[in-house]
Ligand binder design. Structure first.
Ligand code: NAP
Length: 492
């Protein structure tokens, strides 16, 4: 008698009914669902029946898995079963057993009891075409994060109507407090975080999502914190996709850059960061697609900093002193509180590095040749002291302006070039003088402009230009990344 027949005869003798059977075609294992109060009894009976087979190693082990639930989907056509199935996997729910009828449209899955509610939430969205819930945990509610929350709350209803995506913010956190609401925070979130915010660790956030069976989780990083980036892998392990306006994760060592991506691939999670360069401009996605399609990108050059764009556009056109323009930029909120962070060129360097890595170049931050615009003597010390010595900058930049050829203007650019098919490219951040009529020369206000040179575009680069900084455009770009992940989840 075959193994299967002996199993069923033994269970029949012991009056144990089997509700689901699932077996691999190679007969390497068979799974059965029986009443939980009869599971141990069934195991004992089968152990006795197969005692001799254990000795000959024809049987390896018989185990009981408790606390499982059966989900039956009646009317589910197998041709579209991949949608709920993939949605389960994406939410880290791996079915233990799977069973279908040959003629009818009936599929049953066995899942851990602790996963049951989440599994039902996930599959309802996919099977019955009701809106797919996307649950967001937002970190940082300053300029960008706060604007993003308001944008999401304003558009949520129309996105649900148009796209069938129900975007909810279940957690808003700053460095000290978190506000939880499993149904999604409402318009008065600023007041609520003051009144109901509680101190937290990230484990509290993971536990809240788990205990409330929240599906399709996305963590959104709108901080500028390196500490927070240190937890990205924890988010991935806990089933979150990631969206970030924070540039730090992409400019740490190349080993970390690679290991984060390997972990994301292993856990089938996404990490999107379109706003890392050029804020809301569609730059990273364009470069990714060109590169993926095999287009040979030969050079990327542009004005990446909104504050330095404003400063040099104004300085080149007007008679005002450099220091006056710098102060105007500070008062308009274009620069960091200490403008030396902009003038050092490090921020432009970081953006250029992020683009280089999109082309699979393994450059590190110290590889970048950065022309620091701050004279050596003014690099250290308090910002107040620095601001009393701006005449040194006036002299320096006036001399550079006068040395230019006629009809030329100054631009502070990032330039990635060299043999970009090799392991590393050449990355330079520098002040250059360009003809006023050139694309770079015509950029206005605090706009960014980026030229992408490729083999197909030849001498005429693809040019992306527009507002490359500001809370509203950056938040809109972050929102776009969230919707990209949500939309992909709907069609998996
Ligand atoms: N503004 C732009 O044009 C632009 C463009 C592209 C990218 N970005 C990037 O966007 C990010 C946010 O910029 P922002 O101007 O909105 O900054 P911000 O106004 O200074 O706000 C930062 C927020 O992050 C929170 N935070 C800091 N450390 C945290 C931690 N460890 N855990 C949780 N929350 C933490 C802060 O909370 P506390 O009050 O508790 O510290 C605050 O709510 C930055 O990375 C920036 O580089 C900005």
């Amino acid at each position: 008698m075959g193994i299967d027949a002996r199993i069923f005869k033994t269970l029949e003798r012991n009056n144990i009914n089997v509700s689901i059977v699932s077996q691999g075609s190679s007969e390497r294992g068979i799974g059965l669902v029986v009443d939980s109060n009869k599971a141990k009894w069934a195991k004992n009976a089968l152990d006795a029946e197969f005692e001799g087979d254990y000795a000959t190693k024809d049987i390896n082990m018989i185990t009981v898995m408790e606390e499982v639930s059966v989900v039956s989907i009646v009317g589910q056509d197998l041709s579209t079963f991949h949608l709920p199935y993939n949605a389960l996997i994406k939410n880290q729910i791996v079915p233990l057993l799977f069973n279908n009828t040959v003629s009818g449209k009936n599929v049953s899955l066995v899942v851990k009891k602790t996963d049951l509610n989440k599994a039902l939430n996930v599959m309802h969205g996919q099977i019955f075409g009701i809106s797919n819930k996307v649950n967001l945990a937002l970190f940082g509610h300053g300029n960008v994060g706060g604007t993003l929350i308001d944008q999401i709350l304003k558009s949520a209803k129309s996105i649900e109507e148009r796209k069938g995506i129900d975007v909810r913010i279940f957690a808003i956190a700053n460095s000290r407090k978190v506000l939880f609401d499993k149904k999604g925070v409402s318009k008065n979130w600023k007041h609520a975080i003051q009144e109901k915010g509680i101190s937290y660790t990230l484990d509290d956030i993971f536990a809240y999502a788990r205990d409330n069976h929240l599906e399709n989780l996305i963590a959104v990083d709108n901080t500028a914190s390196q500490d927070f980036v240190g937890h990205y892998l924890d988010f991935v392990s806990n089933g979150f996709d990631l969206v970030s306006s924070n540039k730090i994760a992409n400019t740490l060592g190349f080993d970390y850059y690679r290991s984060l991506r390997a972990e994301l691939a292993k856990k089938q999670k996404q990490y999107l960061y379109e706003t890392n360069v050029g804020a809301g401009l569609p730059l990273i996605d364009t470069i990714k697609l060109l590169h993926l399609s095999g287009e040979n990108i030969t050079r990327i050059k542009g004005v990446f900093s909104g504050s330095l764009s404003y400063i040099f556009n104004t300085f080149s056109e007007s008679e005002k002193r450099f220091s006056e323009i710098l102060k105007d930029a500070m008062n308009s909120g274009y620069t960091e509180p200490d403008p030396r962070e902009d003038l050092s060129g490090n921020d432009v360097g970081r953006k250029l590095l992020i683009l280089a890595r999109e082309l699979d170049l393994s450059n590190e931050f110290p590889d970048i040749d950065i022309e620091n615009l701050i004279p050596e003597t003014l690099r250290k010390g308090k910002v107040e002291e620095f601001l009393t010595q701006l005449d040194v900058l006036d002299e320096k930049f006036e001399a550079i302006k006068e040395r230019q050829q006629q009809d030329h203007v100054l631009r502070y650019v990032g330039d990635l070039y060299g043999d970009l098919q090799k392991e590393k490219g050449i990355l330079e951040v520098k002040l250059i003088s360009v003809p006023k009529q050139s694309a770079l020369g015509q950029v206005k206000g605090s706009d960014s402009i980026i030229e992408i040179y490729t083999e197909s575009y030849g001498e005429h680069p693809l040019v992306i230009q527009g507002a490359g900084a500001g809370a509203a455009v950056t938040a809109r770009g972050v929102f776009g990344d969230i919707l990209r992940i949500a939309d992909k989840g709907r069609k998996i």
